[in-house]
Write a protein that binds this ligand. Structure first.
Ligand code: PMP
Length: 413
């Protein structure tokens, strides 16, 4: 039995905040290990949502009445919370989006469309989620720049020598994830940012899988852009954050037009735009979601990201040890620095079948390509099983997962 008693996370207390963890699936207690897809939501965040619609609901920034003022203050309060969460220098460097995907598309459509053209290069990596591949492919087809890919070794670690070989004075942007959703690899983004800047390139970091699992400091990293999603950090769906350095955001044109993002609109003189960040927030945003995201980030701060990170690291170790006993099981992603993701395939058992059968035992894992088809192709597979961990998972749940997996695999062989 793994020993977690030295860790400073009171998991029983954490679990009390998540009513969904008490439900059953197919008559079995739920063991939720699909946190890299979406994490569960604590009661404090649910209550914030509820309270917003009971007491505050109004459109923001435009009203002169009390509810509009209070809703605006709550909405803008999250901007400050998000600023502190990633240690951005200023709250106006925080743009609310629908999620990581929209944040990356914003950078592609605004900064990319303005700054990239024939002869330019954008460097991404083989570890990327489709959301940090396809926006660049679409734009490359339109603007005529070249997309290059940093390879990974058999452990799922980025080949940094290849990175240094690929980067050159034509490289305008390096776009990489901080943590791989498919393998859990933690990338050395601070070093990569230094190399990018030495070559006059910018760096965009997709932090969707990092924000829930480790302290983020965008200034220490040297990130020019950093993106994350609310629903992976104990917050709601439909909301995310794009951090951009103020001088970059200021120089970028709007990407969507409409209300809220303008200063003046006229048919006689050119329309002028609002200051950042509002220039990038056209239309009525997901107000309740943004307010609830603020509560989610505070919840994470209350538990403490360093405690969460240590807890998840131990869960990962325990899970890796336990499932490795299963005959024919191969872990994909054996990087020395990994976040709480365990991706694996099993000889003689299809990942999809494993996922369906283990669900019958109450265990929720993800199976498929994890929106990282090029990466999986590198490992010669088109699907894996992925268990991913959060602050509320326990060593007992890992044991149930491993025993269930063993049962399922023996049924399939
Ligand atoms: N990047 C990574 C690394 C991810 O894991 C995900 C979500 N799986 C995304 C981007 C996309 O996030 P969203 O769907 O919330 O926009």
């Amino acid at each position: 039995m793994a020993n977690f008693s030295d860790l400073l996370l009171d998991v029983a207390r954490v679990r009390r905040d998540f009513p969904i963890l008490d439900r059953e699936v197919h008559g079995k207690p739920l063991v939720y290990l699909d946190n890299a897809a979406t994490s569960q939501t604590p009661v404090q965040v649910i209550a914030t949502f509820d309270d917003y619609y009971r007491r505050l609901n109004a459109n923001i920034h435009r009203g002169l009445h009390t509810l509009a003022d209070e809703a605006t203050a709550a909405f803008e309060g999250t901007r400050e919370t998000a600023r502190a969460f990633i240690n951005a220098a200023e709250a106006r460097e925080i743009v609310f989006t629908r999620g990581t995907t929209e944040a990356i598309n914003l950078v592609a459509q605004s900064w990319g469309r303005t700054n990239l053209g024939p002869g330019d290069e954008v460097l991404i990596s083989l570890l990327e989620h489709h959301s940090n591949i396809v926006p660049w492919q679409l734009l490359a087809a339109e603007r005529g720049f070249t997309l290059k890919v940093i390879p990974v070794d058999e452990r799922g670690v980025l080949d940094l020598d290849a990175y240094r070989d690929l980067i050159n004075e034509r490289t305008k942007l390096v776009a990489v994830n901080h943590v791989s959703n498919a393998l859990g690899t933690v990338n050395p983004v601070t070093d990569m940012a230094r190399v990018a800047h030495d070559h006059g390139a910018l760096i965009l970091v997709d932090g969707a899988q990092a924000a829930p699992h480790q302290l983020i400091d965008v200034q220490a990293i040297g990130a020019d852009f950093y993106a994350f999603s609310g629903h992976k950090v104990y917050g709601p769906t439909g909301v995310g954050v794009l951090y951009g350095r103020a001088e970059l955001l200021e120089a970028m044109p709007p990407w969507q037009g409409g209300g809220e993002m303008i200063a003046t609109v006229s048919f006689e003189t050119p329309t002028t735009f609002a200051a950042i960040p509002h220039k990038f927030e056209a239309g009525t945003p997901a107000i309740a979601e943004v307010v609830a995201l603020g509560r989610a980030l505070s919840w994470v701060n209350e538990i403490g990201l360093t405690h969460i990170a240590a807890w998840e690291e131990r869960l990962l170790e325990h899970a890796t040890d336990t499932v490795s006993r299963i005959d024919g099981l191969r872990v994909l992603g054996t990087a020395p620095d990994k976040a709480g993701v365990l991706s694996f395939v099993v000889d003689g058992a299809h990942s999809q079948d494993i996922g369906l059968l283990i669900d019958q035992l109450g265990v929720a894992i993800r199976t498929g390509h994890h929106c990282a088809q090029p990466l999986l192709a590198r490992f010669g597979v088109d699907a894996t099983c992925r268990a991913s961990f959060a602050a509320y998972n326990t060593p007992e749940e890992i044991d149930i997962f491993a025993e269930s997996l063993e049962r399922v695999v023996s049924m399939l062989r």
